[in-house]
Design a binder for this molecule. Structure first.
Ligand SMILES: Cc1cc2nc3c(=O)[nH]c(=O)nc-3n(C[C@H](O)[C@H](O)[C@H](O)COP(=O)(O)OP(=O)(O)OC[C@H]3O[C@@H](n4cnc5c(N)ncnc54)[C@H](O)[C@@H]3O)c2cc1C
Length: 415
């Protein structure tokens, strides 16, 4: 029987960062996944370290937008009709959490994590020899209409209150930064304090490699074999049984089926998303991610090509892919930037694990001694992986947490 201090289940960016933060604090750590580190949701994101985030994505407040989504004409969102009955309670909770007052409350709560997100990545990237993947030149949000740009006033005001730098730009000033964007938008906002990584998979792999160099192990195993034995947590792995006093579940969108075994049922929703890589036409290039707000997609320069990522699709996690949003938004994307043929044979799909209040669950699992939870990072798992790792590691080692963990506790759903 092999023994270690902590077993971290799930080697996405969240679990891998937690394992590394624990190992840096001197704990023996086994990072366990059924596949290789970083290969699921953490592979296919837009690579933005969104330390600037103020408001989370909210339920559409304009009837016209809702109608466009309902009629399946919206590039920014899609849904499977047969999934709606199951998703309804979550959608209602999401709508309630999207009221203006609640969004401000969420922005204030989440600031404690976002404010440290980039600096925690910088430390881990430097440790892991992966700084070349980091680009500290922010990201650009583009607005095609005056009306939608004007609606951002609240966000910009709160950003100023939080001390987050943001620069509203006109079309030409934005094109001075990204000359290959066509002038099809009227306004832009540069968020210079954010950053991006040009290969999210390589970053997770680098963190896993750093874990190993600190004495941790990366093993294959199925989280569903986790159980209590002799007052400790025991897991079957490809290398044999392993036990530890503590176990951390960081399974992202795959957490519910494992948590159900321990009597834990938290209301996790899924927002699926797609990406596809494109070759740019000629010498066109981008130096930072850009988001076309009205059309709900992002173009991000990656080592694999220009990665076009979509907004949300409300569908069962394991239902077959329906990448219709890519078809809906490609004309707008091609109008904005010279995209040539796709580089991959078919779109990639991943599932954002989302709680309706747009906060992850981080902390002790209810009613299970030595079990910890860290999942539900929604649109910001890449951003928040390392800072989540720090918070979990501080709580597990008895150090003073850098922020109040109470708003992220699982118990908030019991109230
Ligand atoms: C299109 C798209 C764009 C995005 N863009 C951004 C962005 O720009 N910035 C940002 O911050 N975030 C972004 N996100 C969100 C981000 O990618 C996710 O929040 C994040 O990847 C979640 O990480 P995770 O480690 O929690 O989950 P995952 O990466 O899914 O990791 C979970 C791991 O658990 C493992 N696992 C599952 N079941 C078992 C089992 N039974 N036993 C063992 N292992 C198991 C899986 O193999 C997987 O490795 C985007 C997401 C999408 C879909």
């Amino acid at each position: 029987m092999a023994r270690t201090d902590a077993i971290v289940l799930g080697a996405g960016i969240v679990g891998t960062s937690i394992a590394l933060q624990l190992a840096k604090r001197g704990l023996g750590v086994a990072l366990v996944d059924r596949a290789r580190p970083g290969g699921e949701t953490s592979y296919g994101n837009a690579g933005i370290v969104e330390s600037n985030t103020v408001f989370p994505q909210g339920f559409p407040s304009r009837l016209a937008v809702l109608l466009r989504i309902a009629l399946k004409r919206a590039p920014e969102a899609n849904y499977h009709l047969r999934h709606l009955p199951a998703a309804l309670p979550w959608l209602l909770a999401f709508r309630a959490a999207s009221r203006p007052g609640r969004l401000v409350e969420t922005a204030r709560i989440m600031r404690s994590l976002f404010a440290r997100a980039l600096s925690e990545h910088e430390v881990l990237l430097a440790d892991a020899g992966a700084l070349p993947y980091l680009h500290r030149n922010g990201w650009l949000k583009l607005y095609r209409s005056d009306r939608v740009f004007a609606a951002q006033a609240r966000e910009l005001a709160l950003a100023a209150e939080f001390g987050i730098a943001c620069h509203p730009l006109d079309t030409e000033a934005a094109r001075a930064l990204e000359p290959n964007l066509a002038p099809v938008f009227r306004h832009a906002v540069l968020w210079p304090g954010a950053a991006s990584v040009s290969d999210p998979l390589a970053v997770t792999k680098a963190y896993a490699a750093r874990l190993v160099s600190l004495g941790g192990v990366v093993l294959k195993g199925d989280a569903r074999s986790l159980h209590r034995a002799d007052g400790r947590w025991r897991l079957e792995t490809a290398e044999g049984p392993l036990d530890a006093s503590d176990a951390v579940l960081a399974l992202g969108p795959f957490a519910p089926e494992v948590l159900a075994r321990f009597g834990i049922d938290l209301p996790l929703g899924i927002k699926r998303g797609y990406h596809r890589h494109f070759r740019p036409i000629g010498n066109a290039g981008l130096t930072r991610p850009v988001v076309d707000i009205e059309n709900g997609y992002c173009l991000a320069p990656m080592t694999q090509g220009v990665r076009l990522t979509t907004g949300a699709e409300f569908a069962a996690r394991d239902a077959p892919p329906t990448p219709v949003q890519l078809d809906r938004l490609l004309p707008a994307a091609r109008e904005l930037f010279a995209l040539d043929d796709p580089l991959d044979p078919s779109p990639w799909m991943g599932s954002r694990p989302c709680f309706a209040d747009s906060r992850p669950v981080i902390g002790r699992a209810p009613r299970n001694t030595g079990l910890w939870l860290a999942y539900g990072h929604a649109h910001w798992g890449l951003t928040l992986g390392p800072v989540t790792g720090r918070l979990v590691a501080e709580m597990m080692t008895g150090a003073t947490p850098f922020c109040d963990p109470a708003p992220f506790a699982a118990e908030r759903f019991a109230r």
